[in-house]
Design a protein around this ligand. Structure first.
Ligand SMILES: [Zn+2]
Length: 152
């Protein structure tokens, strides 16, 4: 019965903040980040080439975002520890991250009214709104059992 307070029956995004001010900024059209950041990216590239006079190679090397270096670090780690299995493990690792990120987005923004999806939504929203020191799992509670972070 207590779980019902965390899942709406309406087709709406889940409230993320108690503050109306903060909540207002958490609901944007999916294209909003593109509209905001693409002009910034274009301007920064312009500044890098024309104001800072960096070469194409330097800009390309510096342009790479945080996630790609981290992926390379993990790939190298897997290569050192797993040898010829590293590429397959890396592919699974990257796919797992994409699944995690997609499920997390869906939990917050899509209506999930039954089955495993409702269970995942309830589980994750309890983490956000009831006890943020437990229930970290997004795609399953598996690692919460392993790391003993399930709710009491
Ligand atoms: Zn979340």
């Amino acid at each position: 019965m207590a779980e019902r307070q965390y899942v709406s029956k309406k087709n709406e995004s889940v409230r993320m903040f108690k503050s109306d001010f903060m909540e207002f900024f958490s609901h944007v059209h999916p294209a909003t980040p593109l509209v905001l950041y693409i002009p910034l990216v274009v301007y920064m590239l312009y500044a890098a080439f024309w104001q800072s006079r960096l070469s194409v190679l330097a800009v390309a090397a510096l342009f790479v975002v945080v996630s790609i270096p981290l992926a390379v670090i993990f790939w190298l780690f897997f290569g050192l520890t797993l040898g010829r299995f590293a590429s397959a493990v890396s592919a699974g690792f990257a796919f797992g991250y994409v699944c995690y990120d997609s499920i997390h987005y869906a939990i917050h923004h899509f209506p999930m009214k039954r089955g495993i999806w409702l269970s995942l939504k309830q589980y994750h929203l309890r983490h956000h709104f009831h006890d943020d020191h437990a229930g970290y799992g997004v795609s399953s509670p598996l690692w919460d059992y392993v790391f003993r972070t399930t709710r009491k």
